[in-house]
Design a protein. Sequence first.
Length: 562
Amino acid sequence: MAKAHKKKPSAPATPKTAMTAAQAAVEAMLAHGIDTVYALPGVQNDFLFEALFAAQAKAPGRLRVLHSRHEQGAAYMALGAALATGRPQAFAVVPGPGLLNAGAALLTAYSMNAPVLALVGEIPEADIGRHLGHLHEIRDQAGILARLVDYSARIRKPEQAPRLVAQAMRAMAFGRPGPAALQCAIDVWGKSGAVTMPPPQPARPPRLDETALRKAARLLGAAQSPMIVCGGGAQDASEEVTALAEMLQAPVLGYRRGRGVLSSRNPMSVTLPLAHELWPRTDVVLGIGTRMLMQFRQWGIDKGLKIVRIDADPQEPGRLHKPAAALIGDAGPILGRLLELVPAHNRARPSRKAEMEGRQAALRRLLEASIAPQLGWLAAIRDELPDDGIFVDEVTQVGFAARIAMPVYRPRTFLSPGYQDPLGWGYATALGAQDARRDLPVVSISGDGGFMFTATEMATAIRHRIPLTAIVFNDGAFGNVRRIQQERFGNRLIASDLANPDFMRFAESFGAAAERARTPDELRGALRRALARRDGPSLIEVPVGPFPSPWPYIFLPRVRGG
Ligand SMILES: Cc1ncc(C[n+]2csc(CCOP(=O)(O)OP(=O)(O)O)c2C)c(N)n1
Ligand SMILES: [Mg+2]
């Protein structure tokens, strides 16, 4: 966790003003650039909502509050907004059931290192920990939160609120980024005190380690066959990654969180199958903001592979295999310095363009021969979604294929939920992304199983006029589970068939536009109409049968290290 800096603030703190804890927290969040709160109200947070109302009343457009229909909706929306913008976002929920309902989204935000601030109510301050059975009481809420996020605190007095908000903001941005939580008791939110508002502290990035940088530059420059692996931590370093890939003639792997860092139009941009093909002869790998779990655990390593890591978290690079060089901090400035240092060490590198184009074409032929149905739907989506449009996948058949086969052209345009892969993330996260980026079209895909987890948030989309387009692939099943039962458990099908609503009538009953698309061409037309509609949500149901398995391209075998 980041420590408070002793450095003098750049602007003076405001004079003392009488404010409630809630007003102080809201003003402090606004001062730190949080101008939207995704929320579901309740009595413990009444004074918080009163403060949100007052903040809105001060000036139109200053603060937006978007209420959802279930706390997981509010929390996933904050996550989607954070992922789409790269900026911190907030959600507010009642304690106990409210917090637990938001739990899967908070867990996902943690796994994705996403800056999401949870504002969580509490029972009366004096009774916390006394087990008296107050409304929404839960044992050791602070302890539960401390397991879910790296920074959590309780506001006990109005005077503390600005400092705790500032600490939460700092914790979300520095070291390993990720969510933070602030609790406040029902009676404390409304208490008044004399509050000073310290100005936000300027960001102080960690100093670059020149020794490690020089070592990394030597290793990369000397590499015969380098590879760059991007994770979510590379999303804001697209220009630098593109330049380094060119300098090193190195393929750049993005699987899920790293997609779009290097445009798929560049033949050096690869997903799992081609990276796996090149893995055995890779002599130096540069991991940028990625855990590299799949490469190290599944593909294997040996002494012939030197590892260079760039990571915001000093603990991360050494977790599985000690790297030859670990560069700690934001990827952008570190790569910027590497771009200055590598040329002095770099070997002469003939262009690999033709070679990589050949490999891309061969993979394409292989995929066309094995997962053509998924590719057909994805081609329709890609054709209609502009380069800067945002695609949100989910753990569904077409999603698995998208992770390896859908072209992605820009950073932050392919949102995929990292290692939690929770059903229900898709629709609600996409709503948040679409709300935060109303200037761009957003398309979410879900299966009939996953969509129904958060489908009731369509009411939120209507209420707040969020123009999200959702595609639901309806196979009447938890299809992925069913295929595993068919293939690996002798077709003993259990708990994998689904009874569904009529999705078109379901959407229309909310007031959303709905279409059914039976072919990729029909999907193209439906998408064109949906994306043109900017005043509310659209749903496209795509009836599908079983899909061929994508797993041979995702669970790839060990090719190094025995
Ligand atoms: C929260 C959560 N619960 C359970 C699972 C396990 N799971 C993974 S895929 C899947 C089936 C998904 O069905 P559907 O959304 O219809 O997609 P399909 O495989 O049919 O395309 C299930 C139950 C999960 N990933 N997340
Ligand atoms: Mg399904």
